[in-house]
Design a protein. Structure first.
Length: 74
């Protein structure tokens, strides 16, 4: 088993630019590994499409600046 933690996250800026709809998070929680502790109350479903692979992923919405997409674990 691989150790560590993971999260599906989208930035507020990306969310707004892509025009995605948000919803209330089913399990609101804190994250404190970003610049400041943030309480997650909203989420968003995004489409991931690579070649013939396509899936929808639920992401937490954070007020962060990002420059890359990191994919890990199916």
């Amino acid at each position: 088993m691989i150790g560590g933690s993971w999260a599906n996250i989208i930035s507020k800026t990306a969310l707004e630019k892509m025009g995605l709809k948000t919803g209330l998070h089913s399990h609101p929680h804190n994250v404190n590994w970003v610049d400041k502790t943030q309480f997650i109350i909203q989420c968003c479903q995004i489409l991931i499409h690579m070649s013939s692979y396509q899936d929808h992923v639920w992401c937490d919405i954070l007020d962060i600046v990002v420059a890359h997409i990191l994919l890990d674990r199916p």
